[in-house]
Design a protein around this ligand. Sequence first.
Ligand code: AMP
Length: 115
Amino acid sequence: MSNETLFSKIVAKEIPADILYQDELVTAFRDITPKTPTHILIVPNKIIPTIDDVVAEDEAALGRMITVAAKLAKDEGISEDGYRLIINCKDHGRQEVYHVHMHLLGGRQLGTMVD
Ligand code: AMP
């Protein structure tokens, strides 16, 4: 595939990652540089560069990202205290990897949402 991304290579298991969940629509793995005790990335298996690129046919994968996040939060034991889900978009959103991904952050009290 010509437009591979770092995360599509993780989805395809071409590069290593600590994969916690995978199905036909999404893959979840631990962030390599965790900002919180639990820091998991949930990505669509399909390469979608940014949230600005989503189309109606992506709704199933985007919805699955939320339900998988809630499941993993329970698995991690952080659902009772709470957590944060973040999707960064493009330059102003400080998106670094251009393959849509949702951060699941928790395991401690988080700061304010925006600096
Ligand atoms: P963002 O700034 O929203 O694009 O987030 C990109 C995230 O990808 C950062 O939190 C990085 O730590 C994470 N990351 C980069 N490379 C890897 C990797 N090989 N495996 C897991 N997470 C990664």
